[in-house]
Design a protein around this ligand. Structure first.
Ligand code: 4AZ
Length: 582
């Protein structure tokens, strides 16, 4: 009996350890076949823009004008790297050759030795000089994929290897090698950072096997990349783009050693932490908390950081900073707790500068709304169903004690979602267009208001994230409320278990485990705002419905705004809401 329980114990233990080891990938996410061109998961490159969830090529004129000129392999000089890359992106001819103007002397050749078509030692000859090996140091799938793409294998490498070169050939006796560092998205090795380095005879150098496989089925220990390449399962979620299209890093519950897990379930290399480029959608890789003081989080050599200053990767980063930045989601963040009402706190001036109040004529506040820029306010469809003379108030804190600094707007247009269902509250979303108050106010920027940002991806925030809901809705005991209140609620992921057939795609639940904080009647249409790691606010939800208010086990139901990004941008224009990927 005792032996049996020990056995069971060991069995359970090994199962749980084993369970952790297999559980890196998230299946539902993998099924969506995300790649490095999916703007739900990653930022597009500066020569791309996000359209309906995909990073598509920009036209060269949509790139910034400044920068340093570069030359392409077909002998054209471009104003900057972005313009060349946007050309390459569209027509797939002429790739990067060198910085500066074109010069007939410039050459960059890549060879596989000894004369294999698909595999061998990688050698590079710059400007007709002697062929040089690539150093073994830093040679990974990131670099190998680029080398193979450069050689004409669109899916990149099958394997990155290290070996001793055959030194019987006099060409191979050079005591130098080239150290290569790529980001992994380049199309040629010329775009990577290359540095000469001394090589000892014992040192291994870079070898590659390019991917020619036409597998349609991967074996059981393999991951099926979106580009149909098969890679070992243990190479997923390690921050290294083994697939070549990044599909092995985009759906990860957790990340293997040496890589960092973004909230969006993407694994990035640790060396991308605190490098002044946002890689995670919500910026946690660059948060003050992580990057304060020394850079221990990165865990890589300083050497590499200095070497990269001249690289095309630095150029790419620089170009990103040249795009105009949309101002949204910034509020006053000094938070003080006050008297609790349905678990909430009293808002102070500038805490929720996007909060709008909707009234019917001059009567009481019947709904909330969120200012999203221009003349546009986001609210719930069920708030504006009837044809009525609605008014929108900005800068309101108290709905009976009218304070100064309030503005009132009439409506030019009400756009209710075409598939709004008044019975089920599916697609409970609407846009209100304000009438400018006077000619000077043509863009309607309301006094003391700041637009809240629109989330562009359903992966920005997930279950357990703390967000704020605000409004003039009923307080505890279902008593009317006159001051703007707010409370912390948490995104809940299990909502179809709770609301069953009343819960639809495009809805999101948020609440607290004991129900002490909740939105209620009168809060409808108002914003549920989640904050990224730089405290920028996104309207993640619109107050929609719920089983009563503050009832334990029955969280509030919100319209999930990220699902309506394209709908919103179709109506108000991409310029107003595209914070990134512009
Ligand atoms: C309402 O009737 C309502 N507890 C709004 C929010 C919630 C419930 C009801 C969520 O407008």
């Amino acid at each position: 009996m005792k032996l049996l329980s020990v056995l069971v114990f060991i069995l359970c233990l090994s199962f749980s350890i084993f369970g952790q080891k297999v559980g890196y990938l998230i299946e539902e996410c993998v099924n969506n076949r995300y790649t490095q061109n999916s703007c739900e998961k990653v930022f597009c490159e500066p020569w791309q823009r996000c359209i309906d969830g995909s990073c598509l090529c920009k036209l060269p004129y949509q790139c910034p004008k400044n920068g340093t000129s570069v030359c392409s392999t077909d002998g054209k000089t471009f104003r900057n790297y972005c313009q060349l890359k946007s050309f390459e992106c569209q027509r797939r001819q002429g790739s990067f050759l060198n910085r500066g103007k074109c010069n007939p002397q410039e050459h960059f050749e890549i060879f596989l030795e000894p004369d294999y078509d698909t595999k061998g030692f990688v050698q590079v000859a710059l400007n007709h000089e002697q062929k040089t090996f690539i150093c073994g140091h830093g040679w990974s799938m990131n670099e190998a994929n680029v080398a193979c793409r450069h050689l004409g294998f669109p899916k990149g490498a099958d394997r990155a290897e290290l070996d001793h070169p055959e030194l019987d050939h006099p060409d191979n006796a050079s005591s130098e090698c080239l150290r290569v560092t790529c980001r992994g998205i380049e199309t040629t090795l010329a775009e990577c950072t290359l540095r000469r380095s001394n090589r000892t005879d014992e040192e291994k150098v870079a070898k590659v096997v390019c991917y020619t496989g036409a597998h349609t089925e991967c074996s059981s220990g393999e991951f099926h990349c979106v580009n149909r390449k098969c890679i070992p399962l243990n190479k997923t979620c390690d921050g290294i783009n083994d697939c070549g299209d990044s599909s092995d890093e985009l759906c990860c519950k957790e990340c293997r050693r040496g890589s960092y897990h973004c909230q969006s379930d993407v694994c990035i290399p640790r060396k991308y932490l605190c490098n002044n480029e946002r890689d995670c959608l919500t910026g946690e890789d660059e948060s003050h908390q992580l990057c304060r003081g020394d850079k221990t989080a990165r865990g890589d050599e300083r050497e590499e950081i200095e070497a990269n200053e001249e690289s095309m990767d630095e150029e790419r980063k620089k170009i990103k900073t040249l795009f105009p930045k949309l101002q949204c989601g910034i509020a006053n963040h000094t938070v003080t707790r006050r008297k609790r009402i349905l678990g909430g706190n009293e808002a102070k001036e500038f805490d929720f500068p996007w909060q709008m109040a909707i009234t019917e004529e001059l009567a009481k506040v019947n709904c909330g709304g969120a200012y999203i820029g221009g003349c546009w306010v986001l609210t719930a469809a069920h708030c504006v169903r009837r044809i009525y003379h609605y008014k929108v108030w900005t800068g309101m804190l108290n709905s009976i004690n009218m304070t100064t600094g309030m503005d009132v707007y009439k409506l030019k247009k009400i756009i209710v979602h075409e598939h709004y269902n008044g019975k089920t509250y599916e697609n409970d979303i609407a846009l209100l267009e304000l009438i400018p108050k006077d000619r000077r106010d043509s863009s309607c920027y309301p006094h003391k208001s700041v637009p809240v940002c629109i989330p562009w991806s359903q992966y920005m925030f997930s279950s357990g994230h703390q967000c704020k809901v605000s409004g003039w809705g009923l307080k505890e005991g279902l008593v009317r409320e006159y001051t703007l209140k707010w409370g912390y609620v948490y995104i809940m992921g299990n909502c179809s278990d709770i609301y069953r057939d009343r819960y639809f795609k495009g809805m999101e639940c948020a609440g607290t485990s004991d129900g002490s904080v909740d939105s209620c009647k009168g809060d409808s249409g108002g914003p549920l705002v989640c904050y990224d790691s730089h405290n920028v606010g996104y309207v993640w939800g619109i107050v929609s419905w719920g089983e009563n208010c503050g009832q334990k086990g029955y969280p509030g139901v919100y319209t999930k705004v990220a699902n309506y990004f394209d709908w919103i941008s179709q109506h108000i224009g991409t310029a107003l809401i595209s914070q990134y990927n512009v």
